[in-house]
Design a protein. Structure first.
Length: 347
């Protein structure tokens, strides 16, 4: 299987995040991508290639160009103030802040701008962030191109991840929505509908928002029930899309302590929805943070289940682009990803 990756991910290397008022070591580290790359190379069944530069067009087809411009300028403007370290918001634009007064204008200061675009305190910007997020988008697009060119399946080792980034807001370790950018690229290139299956532990609020009123992109997500799990405010089964997209969103919350067998039962429900949706192409947002040992999950999946998850996805018979999202237990991450991909490929 073709696997696309870029060493530029390492430029995004913040040391801390803030959770519930506590400054802790960040979970989303460069070693994640390096562990996966090493496992792919050791397996021998993957051809690793670098990404092709696609420019900003495919990104701006999904995201507000002003947000992309902000990401490009953020660190430079922060440094111009004589600041360093990590750029994290201390004030965030909550919708209630200006209720009844109309929309807010983007502030001119670095401290105000990040709170305009970022919705939480766990997604720091550092000197190499913009280059890394642009490379991640190109990694996803290059994998999509490979599938358009005839590959049955291709893997995009994207870092940072992307599925929490919406049209005009970022957070949850995510800056640009790599899976959504790839899906939109596939729709435009083929003129056909595309399905997105999200198996990260956390609900992909950004992907859902981007395709909420779209009938040509199906979004199906299995995730920790957001009554107890991040991002808390999206992901209920009642959310099914709106307008032309009504019925094209499906959320399958997972119970605490979910076992391999229970997960596979719920996965089959999700795959039935994908199978019933038109089109020949599937984008998978792959998160390994469903593993029992992962530090930010409450599920009980074992490494043994990932090849079977991949096999069931592959059995759909669709051309498949697998885009890396979360997964933070470094000792198991590479093995889990390889197992899933081998399942998708029938190996």
């Amino acid at each position: 299987m073709l696997a696309v990756w870029s060493g530029r991910h390492a430029g995004h290397d913040p040391q801390h995040e803030v959770q519930f008022g506590e400054r802790i070591p960040i979970y989303e580290v460069p070693a994640r991508a390096e562990a996966i790359r090493a496992a792919l190379e050791a397996d021998g069944g993957f051809s690793l290639v670098g990404p092709r530069d696609h420019g900003t067009g495919p990104i701006e087809a999904v995201h507000d160009p002003a947000m992309l411009r902000y990401l490009e300028e953020a660190w430079r403007d922060w440094e111009a103030l004589g600041r360093g370290g990590e750029l994290v918001p201390h004030t965030v634009l909550h919708p209630g802040l200006r209720e009844g007064m109309g929309p807010a204008a983007e502030p001119s200061t670095p401290a105000g701008r990040i709170g305009f675009w970022c919705f939480e305190t766990m997604t720091p910007i550092v000197a190499g962030t913009y280059e890394a997020v642009r490379a991640a988008a190109d990694v996803g697009l290059t994998a999509a191109d490979a599938v358009l060119g005839g590959e049955r399946a291709a893997y995009a080792l994207c870092r940072p991840p992307g599925h929490h980034a919406a049209r005009a807001v970022f957070g949850g370790y995510c800056f640009l929505n790599n899976a959504a950018i790839a899906a939109e690229h596939l729709v435009r290139e083929t003129g056909e509908p595309v399905a997105v299956l999200d198996v990260d532990y956390h609900h992909g609020n950004g992907t859902q928002q981007l395709f909420w009123e779209r009938g040509d992109v199906l979004y199906v997500s299995l995730h920790g029930d957001t009554r107890r799990a991040y991002p808390y405010f999206t992901g209920s089964p009642e959310e099914t899309g709106a307008g032309r997209g009504r019925g094209a969103t499906m959320n399958v919350p997972l119970p605490e302590g979910c076992s391999d067998d229970r997960y596979l039962d719920l996965l089959d429900r999700a795959l039935e929805a994908v199978a019933g949706f038109p089109g020949e192409t599937l984008v998978v947002s792959l998160g390994l943070d469903t593993l029992a040992e992962d530090p930010i999950t409450d599920l009980a999946l074992t490494l043994d289940v990932y090849p079977e998850i991949g096999r069931r996805v592959g059995a759909l018979g669709r051309r498949t682009v697998v885009v890396q999202e979360g997964g933070y237990h470094l000792p198991s991450l590479g093995e889990g990803v390889v197992g899933f991909l081998r399942g998708v490929g029938g190996g």
